[in-house]
Ligand binder design. Sequence first.
Ligand code: TMP
Length: 203
Amino acid sequence: MRGFFLVLEGIDGVGKTTQAALLAQRLRNRGYEVLEIREPGGTPAGEAIRELLRRYDLVPWAETCLFLASRAELVQRSIRPAMEQGKIVLGDRFGLSTLAYQGAGRGLPREQLEKLNSWVTGGLEPDLVLVIDLEVEEALARTGDDLDPDLRQNLTLVRQCYLELARQRPERIRVVEGRGSVAEVNERLWRLLKEVEAKWRGG
Ligand code: TMP
């Protein structure tokens, strides 16, 4: 059976990483084999790329190329093999991050980024993307960066882009309210997943 590729997205501070770990556990408890991945990273070269991105302040296209290089490695070495084995791949970010952060956030043209995304992934797209949505102020308060006005402005654009993408592709991209406790948000994500589970298993 073909696997299922699920991705969590959202601006920094919405709790994606915590939620991904909880969802992976719940899915395993239901008997699924789950591969957890993160972007950038997830392969040895990808982790080195993550470190490069952290260390240098790169111009937008240079930054984009590194995210894409990490994604290409991850797709070919980890995601496709896991999917072929029928696993659930649970991603902490994927291609929409590039559209939102490098496109809306750094002003690069969306169309070109979409083409590049499609080239480096060989056309692989997540079966479902769950965007955890939170007011920028609240997300920044969680990360402790709430005093930086440039970051606030930038994340506002990134957030708007996620919401717009979800409006354009409601069958693949769903928005989940990120306010409330970790358990409350997890329950919302879980409910949505259960909705698609029946469809996935059915065909
Ligand atoms: P993380 O801290 O959620 O793992 O994400 C690392 C940062 O990288 C986060 O600020 C979002 C950013 N990012 C991009 O700008 N473009 C991308 O394509 C990806 C995957 C992440």
